[in-house]
Design a protein around this ligand. Structure first.
Ligand code: C5P
Length: 212
């Protein structure tokens, strides 16, 4: 009966009508989380960037978006009605300052694209968060993992953060497996590498402890 919002997948930031800046996120972890929540009887709002994964559960309402700004608008709109949000999306930190309305032609030897910062959805929801709401973030790190994750937990006002490291081979992007640590203000717990569906179960077990 809880209402849970999940962001998943990458964002695409348009350069011109045929090109974008994106990343390798598949959306698999976010979709596994949505299915696990739905399986346990939650009403799920799944805000998905451009992905090739399907969700067949009928208590998952899927909202498809492309850019960070669209994901931000959808998330800020939905969050006040939620008991919890899990921010699993790999959001682009920057976007092109201008989007060309025609395909950019090859001219000259080099090319520059001027980028401007995107809004931080997690940080905004952290500011909006009210008593009784739980906010969960993800951190994908290549170095100083724990320190960076702890810093994000505090800066974005999260209740806990799921850390995955690119140092763990065969995990993260595109993979069907993941190896995580869960960091809260009080504790850090390390988990074995397992299928994303099983990782989702561990994360939702932790979330349930936070829900009133
Ligand atoms: O700062 P960093 O991008 O590493 O933080 C990761 C966390 O913040 C993830 O939970 C991600 O979904 C979220 N995030 C966001 N909006 C952004 C950037 C990151 O919600 N613009």
């Amino acid at each position: 009966g809880k209402r849970i919002m999940i962001t998943a997948g990458p964002t695409y930031e348009k350069i011109d009508p045929v090109r974008f800046i994106g990343n390798y996120s598949s959306g698999k972890m976010g979709f596994a989380l949505a299915e696990e929540c739905a399986r346990r009887g939650a009403e799920v709002t799944l805000i998905a960037g451009p992905v090739n994964v399907q969700c067949t559960m009928n208590n998952v309402q899927r909202v498809d978006v492309e850019s960070c700004q669209q994901m931000y608008d959808a998330a800020v709109h939905a969050f006040p009605q939620m008991d919890a949000a899990i921010l699993c999306a790999a959001v682009a930190d920057f976007r092109p300052a201008e989007v060309a309305d025609q395909k950019i032609k090859r001219v000259g030897k080099t090319m520059d694209i001027h980028l401007v910062p995107n809004p931080d959805i997690a940080a905004e929801l952290g500011r909006m968060k009210r008593e009784g709401q739980t906010l969960v973030g993800f951190a994908l790190e290549t170095n100083d993992e724990q320190q960076n994750a702890q810093h994000k937990l505090e800066k974005k006002n999260l209740d806990f953060i799921v850390l995955n490291s690119l140092r763990n081979e065969g995990t993260c992007f595109k993979s069907d497996e993941n190896q995580i640590s869960i960091i809260s203000r009080k504790a850090k717990k390390d988990y074995d590498k397992k299928a994303k569906a099983d990782v989702a179960r561990d994360i939702i077990d932790e979330l349930v402890k936070n829900l009133s």
